[in-house]
Structures are given as C-alpha cells and as structure tokens.
Design a protein around this ligand. Sequence first.
Ligand code: PLP
Length: 397
Amino acid sequence: MAYTPTDRVKKLTPSLILEISAQASTDPEIINLSAGQPDFPTPDPIKQAGIDAINSNFTRYTAGGGIPELRQAVAEKVSRETCIARKAENVVITSGAKHSLANAILAIINPGDRVLLPSPYWVAYPEQIWLAGGEVITLPTEQENGFRITPAQLEAALATDPKLIMLNSPSNPTGAIYEKKHLDLLVPILKESGILIIADEIYGKLIYEGHTFTSLGSYEELKDQVLIVNGVSKTYSMTGWRLGWGVGPKELVQKMAIIQSQMTSSPCSISQKAALAAIQRPEAEFAPMLNAFQARRNRALEIVDQMPEVTCHPPEGAFYLFLDVTAYLPERNPADDKPMRSMELARYLVKEHKVAIVPGMAFGSDDHIRVSFATAMEDVEEGLKRVQKGLAEYKRR
Ligand SMILES: Cc1ncc(COP(=O)(O)O)c(C=O)c1O
C-alpha cells in the first residue's frame, strides 16, 4: 500500500528556517544571519570531558532519565540559582532542551487539550503541541508592550480552560525577558488557576546590560506547577552535543523519562559527561562570549536605528533582533489565513542580496524578520547593510 501521512503529520509545517539556511549553505558569498546557535567553539575543558568519556569507554546506554551524577548536579545548580531545593528525582536529562519540551508536552497533553502560547513564539512549540493532539491558543503580544503578555490578557485566556502555558524568557525570537517585576504580577494568577507551566529558560544566561533574569522556578508557590527547561546548547556553545534537561514535579519528570526511554533509550552518554563538566565550570569563564554578544547587539542596534521605517524592541536577552519591516511589505490581505509576506522577503533577500534572515512568519508574526547576531561582528555589520539595501529595493520593485 502506498504511504499516506497521518493526520498529525499533515498538520506539521515544513521548516521555513531550514529552507533559508539550506540556501545560505549553497553559496559562500551569502552572509548568514539566520543562525540559532553561538558561533563560538565548545570550550576545551568541556570537549576534553567528552574525549575522556570516550577513552574510558563510557559509551553505552545510560539510565533513561540520565546519569545520576548529572541529575544531581543539575538539581544542585537549579536549587542554587532559584533558592528553592530540588533533588535529582526532580530532574530528567534529555537530548537537548527541545526533547524536554516534546516529552513534557506528550506527558501533559491529551488530544483536544488547550495550550496557551504567547506569540511570537519559538517555531517548535506549536508543532510539538499539534503532534500531541493539543490545541494552540495564541496570546498575541505587542512590540510596544515589550512583547510580554499582560496580567489581564492571561486572566482572559484562562477562561478557555487550558491545561498548560508555555513561557519562554528570554524569548526567541524577540529577546524579551519577563523580569521579576513582570513575573510578580503573573505568578498569583498562574497559582490561582493551577495551570501547568513550561518555562523555557534556555537563554537565561544570555542577558544584556540593564536587565536581569529571574527563573519562574524561584517562586515557591509554583513549585508543583512549573517545569523548568534548560540545557547546555546556548550557554556553553554545545548545540551539537544535544543535551538538555527538565526540572519539575517528580511525577512529571518520571513520565518524561519513561517516554524518552521508549523513544531514544537515553541521552548520549558522552554528552552527559561533557555537560557535567560544563555546568561545573566557573561562570566567569563564559564572560568573553557574553561580552562579544553584548558588543554585537549594541552595534546591530546602532545600524538598525539608521534604517528608515524599521523598528525593533531592543533585545534584553538571547541573540536575535526581531525587526518590524511592515513598511517594506505589500499590504496585508485580511482574507489570507496563511500569510507569507515575510517568507517572500526572506527568499528575495537571500537570492538577490545574499543575506539570510528568518521570516517572522516562522514565529507567528508576518510583519517581522529575525536577524541573529550570533556571528562575527563584520558579518553582523555587512549583513545588516545588505538587509537595509535589500529592503529599499524590495519596496521599489
Ligand atoms: C527558545 C528555544 N528553546 C529551546 C531550544 C532548543 O535547544 P536545544 O539545543 O537544547 O534543544 C531553542 C533552540 O534554538 C530555543 O531557541
């Protein structure tokens, strides 16, 4: 019998990011501002821990939920950072933060359950929710409000009886952070509702001057409701090692570990040893990377400031600019429920101006494009120059 895709697969959208980055990789002249990963190498001591794991034949399956010493180390790290005690039994180690998200959604969501998703959102969230049969309820946020949901908006959305909310701070793509003052307003509402919360804090260490990060895991009253998702990809430049974790209520992380043990057996043994070394390094060692991101962010904002009719909420964390380019796009067709104006622009920029960016549509906003500054300063400068020239010509066509 010929293959027919399942209903759950049919709903998935092909990755818009992959299309653009595939094109970017075909031509060395193209400046790639679409990357979602630090351009720095994994630090040597961490690499060495991976090499040592191989040399000592630590190359077999591990426990499904991860090796005990890494679970313990993550529990201690999170306890330290949130001032709330967590034990190894609250931790599941996964193949990247992304797999924690997927496992958690599968463990929480029954077909038909509703999930609140502030928009713009990271690309994988709606797809993972659909795979679990869940229904996405988006909570649109505005650039003028710093891309944060308001307490009133949250209260109203809770009337739809959702089971879960996904909160990503700092956000990919907007760079917005829910700082303590914002969380303090949302937490009583979240507590009152009893809703489960996935707090994706993968960019929690990439915070810019003048801003502070508070983990949703630091609210004692939410301890039974929150799953903190994090990992080594962004903080330690380890995207390819595929190692992350979820920290939350014991019953939830146990179910996540069971799902994982049936799907992938365990996270990579070698990467777990490298991650253990990573989280035990002094944080000061990573300051040069953060300083480089800070300098690129500031320079990128200076350039964007000179772009007529382009606006941007200065990122408070992560390494992206989410540029509002509405002024350069054709009129929106209100009847079009799958608008692709930002995708058309992205295709044009990569083809005609040799600069790769990500269309905002991938994150639920067709008015924006996402520019990554996780690349060398000269590329950020030259790439943004090309974006500016490309936008002007796109409008004149
Ligand atoms: C918001 C967000 N969450 C999670 C991830 C996944 O990280 P990992 O590499 O640990 O799977 C990413 C990666 O781009 C991300 O941007």
